[in-house]
Ligand binder design. Structure first.
Ligand SMILES: [Ca+2]
Ligand SMILES: [Ca+2]
Ligand SMILES: [Ca+2]
Ligand SMILES: [Ca+2]
Length: 278
């Protein structure tokens, strides 16, 4: 009797021991697997490079980081059939996350932007051939704002920048040849220029270091953001422009080039001359 009970107890201990060993073994497998599994979620270098090139070079493609810190990257594509689609790319591939409603017109450009002014992108913006602008939240893809159907015939370019005192950035655009600001927090129109402009690309920045933001147009005008008047237009820019502080002095230079062929020109707007790198 005692012997059999001792045997049962021994078997019980042995089976518990085996059970603990199995649990321990599984834990080791899971833990050792969790390292590589996490790493596998991130994009490969070539995935990231290909996505970046497409997003930088194409006006119908833009990319953004997951806003809750997940692995991978998101990108939005504005297709010719009138929708904006968001997909997620990671090491496992690409999967569609969200598709917009049918938009009015054919998308001309999609961008991501920080509208609340905390320096982190929070919104996806699209302008279409019908003069419509749409804004969606990156967190849930709610439609935050759309311009009224007959408000503008044509929105030829847009960007975002803080054009006034409040923290929210403005949507800055050329709508029916006038520079228009729409507050990115309330989506109310806060400025319409009297002068008309015909640019197809615009960038905003304090390009002369006077602590007032300028609007730089690819037609060659540098426009004061408060009055909407031209500050400088001695030079004709090429088709594409970017603002970039190329010498690190805190004031962005105006970089301009033609799509396709031709040279780069760099302008110092403060001194109103072309910068020569020689
Ligand atoms: Ca933000
Ligand atoms: Ca503002
Ligand atoms: Ca300025
Ligand atoms: Ca500079």
């Amino acid at each position: 009797m005692m012997n059999s009970r001792a045997l049962v107890a021994f078997r019980l201990v042995r089976s518990r021991h085996a059970f603990l060993l199995i649990v321990l073994g599984l834990a080791v497998i899971l833990l050792s697997g969790s390292g590589p599994a996490r790493a596998q979620g991130e994009l490969t270098y070539s995935q990231y490079r290909d996505l970046s090139w497409a997003a930088i070079r194409m006006e119908h493609v833009t990319k953004f980081e997951p806003i809750h810190g997940e692995e991978g990257m998101f990108f939005a594509i504005a297709d010719r059939y009138g929708t904006v689609q968001v997909s997620k790319m990671d090491a496992n591939g690409v999967r569609l996350i969200w598709k917009s409603i049918q938009l009015s017109g054919i998308p001309d450009e999609v961008i991501t932007a920080d509208l609340d002014g905390d320096s982190l992108d929070d919104s996806i913006l699209c302008r279409t051939s019908n003069g419509k602008v749409y804004v969606w939240s990156m967190d849930g893809y709610d439609l935050l704002w759309e311009s009224l159907p007959s408000e503008y015939q044509m929105v030829s370019c847009f960007t975002t920048a803080n054009m006034d005192e409040d923290q929210a950035n403005e949507i800055v655009m050329i709508a029916d040849n006038r520079i228009v600001y729409v507050d990115g927090g309330t989506f109310t129109k806060s400025f319409t220029s009297i002068n008309e402009y015909s640019a197809t690309q615009m960038r905003c920045g304090d390009v002369d270091g006077d602590r007032r933001i300028e609007i730089v147009l690819n037609t060659g005008q540098v426009v004061d953001s408060v009055s909407g008047d031209i500050e400088w237009e001695d030079e004709t820019f090429f088709g594409k422009i970017e603002l970039f502080d190329i010498n690190g002095d805190g004031i962005p230079e105006i970089l301009t080039e033609n799509p396709g062929n031709g040279p780069l020109k760099v302008f110092d707007a403060g001194h109103r001359f072309e910068v020569r790198f020689q």
